[in-house]
Write a protein that binds this ligand. Structure first.
Ligand SMILES: *[C@@H]1O[C@H](CO)[C@@H](O)[C@H](O)[C@H]1NC(C)=O
Ligand SMILES: *[C@@H]1O[C@H](CO)[C@@H](O)[C@H](O)[C@H]1NC(C)=O
Ligand SMILES: *[C@@H]1O[C@H](CO)[C@@H](O)[C@H](O)[C@H]1NC(C)=O
Ligand SMILES: *[C@@H]1O[C@H](CO)[C@@H](O)[C@H](O)[C@H]1NC(C)=O
Length: 425
């Protein structure tokens, strides 16, 4: 009898402990979803579904992502329809109204409100965004990351107001402290990024990597995939950095200046670069560590180099690529040619240049034909590019333009959100 009582007491005790830990577990899950498999169900409302009231929902994205011809033809037809474009277009003023109630805005637009995993929470990222749009922001937004948005000094007040209204809803998104007047292919484009980088560096010591974006970029990976890829770089940077091709030499050999909002050659030759630094060729996009940014802001060689770059043509094509090969810069590689990195091999940005497109049979081609249109010889993606694009290792792709073709962004955002919520892999 005594023994039975004792057994029941123990059983009761065990039950209480079990219930208590269950209760603690449910508390944990509620305060921090993403740490437990049950959160997959809890978060399912965050998926973008076809009941979301968007005109693009007539497209069958799963068929498009599988490259099915009928779905692609239907999408193509849609993008040449005037009424469709009209219905998709959202005026800037809308965002000022829509964000009056921030929590309602975030709820309706399904912004993530907590990290989806511990792994992502432990590896916060920083973003420097030169001009941006709400769809891009929503796709990359996570509460543990930090975002600096640069709005061109020339921007219309309606654009500024819209971006101001949206950023005001989030404690981890801010506008750059010193906006500049961006001039295509000239130094101010670099300065815009630099000002955001300085602000990001100064406002948080937590972030591990920084990625710079412009308004025509869109992610190809979820935040967790980005975090895992960056961790695998083990402190290294990833950006295009190659030997200077002959046809670009004039861009840095001669001096230029800004006249009437455009850049022009002055006819004068420049001094050679400081410290006998070899100028490398690349592009405007990077994925770099916090240490790289410390060098950009503090290393006297880099500061001298930036001063030297100010009157070159398209300095963003050379500056980051050159710093990436300077000894002593965190995450850089040796200057030797064997370490040259092409845009195809770097993970920063997928770009399709028109002259590289074609069939795989030809030795001169790098990627299949563009299924959208071209702007300055760069592919503006169409729905037909998606299947191929998602097989690439790049974190982001350029160019997307929702005014030209909203379908690629629509299908990508649905795909990525679904993947992020599924806990993936
Ligand atoms: C969309 O395409 C997929 C793949 O072909 C197909 O299984 C599905 O039934 C289609 N959905 C609709 C609503 O047509
Ligand atoms: C914004 O809200 C005001 C008042 O609520 C309304 O009059 C106006 O039409 C709205 N503007 C837009 C663009 O929705
Ligand atoms: C960083 O912030 C401090 C104080 O907020 C300020 O004094 C300093 O100038 C800032 N540095 C940069 C590089 O912006
Ligand atoms: C500058 O670099 C070149 C090769 O990049 C080398 O041949 C030359 O000796 C260097 N000059 C000085 C002054 O270090």
């Amino acid at each position: 009898m005594r023994l039975l009582k004792r057994g029941m007491f123990l059983l009761l005790l065990k039950l209480t402990i079990a219930l208590e830990s269950l209760w603690i577990l449910s508390l944990l899950t509620r305060s921090n979803p993403g740490l437990n498999p049950s959160s997959v169900l809890e978060n399912s409302w965050l998926e973008y579904t076809d009941s979301d009231d968007s005109p693009e929902k007539v497209c069958n994205c799963s068929a498009i992502l599988q490259g099915e011809r009928e779905a692609l033809e239907q999408a193509k037809l849609l993008t040449v329809t005037k009424d469709f474009h009209k219905s998709v277009h959202i005026p800037d003023e809308h965002y000022v109204n829509a964000t009056e109630d921030c929590s309602a805005f975030k709820l309706r637009r399904k912004y993530l409100t907590s990290p989806l995993s511990q792994e992502e929470e432990d590896f916060p990222l920083a973003y420097s965004m030169v001009q941006s749009f709400e769809r891009l922001l929503r796709a990359i937004y996570a509460p543990q990351n930090i975002y600096c948005v640069h709005v061109d000094k020339k921007a219309k007040s309606s654009v500024l107001n819209a971006i101001w209204a949206i950023t005001d809803c989030f404690p981890n998104i801010f506008l750059v402290s010193h906006p500049v007047d961006v001039v295509y292919a000239a130094w101010p484009r670099v300065q815009a990024d630099l000002n955001c980088l300085a602000d990001l560096y100064n406002s948080s010591t937590q972030w591990k990597y920084v990625i710079n974006l412009c308004g025509q970029d869109f992610p190809l990976k979820t935040n967790l995939e980005i975090v895992r890829t960056l961790r695998s770089l083990r402190g290294g940077n990833s950006l295009e950095s190659e030997e200077m091709p002959g046809y670009k030499v004039g861009r840095v050999r001669n001096s230029h200046k800004i006249i009437d909002g455009g850049i022009q050659g002055t006819g004068k030759a420049k001094e050679p670069p400081p410290f006998n630094i070899t100028i490398m060729s690349g592009n405007a996009y990077f994925v770099v560590s916090r240490g790289f940014i410390r060098s950009v802001l503090e290393d006297r060689r880099v500061l001298a180099l930036m001063e030297w770059f100010k009157d070159t043509y398209s300095p963003d094509e050379f500056l980051w690529a050159t710093i990436q090969r300077m000894p002593g810069v965190p995450g850089s590689t040796w200057p030797h040619r064997k370490y040259d990195m092409s845009d195809v091999n770097a993970i920063a940005r997928l770009v399709k240049w028109q002259w590289h497109e074609g069939s795989q049979d030809s030795p001169d081609t790098v990627y299949p034909e563009c299924h959208g249109s071209h702007v300055r010889e760069i592919c503006v993606y169409g729905a037909g590019d998606l299947q191929w694009m998602l097989k690439q290792h790049h974190l982001f792709a350029n160019k997307f333009d929702i005014d030209t073709d909203p379908v690629p962004v629509y299908c990508l955002e649905k795909y990525l959100r679904k993947r992020a919520l599924s806990g993936l892999q």
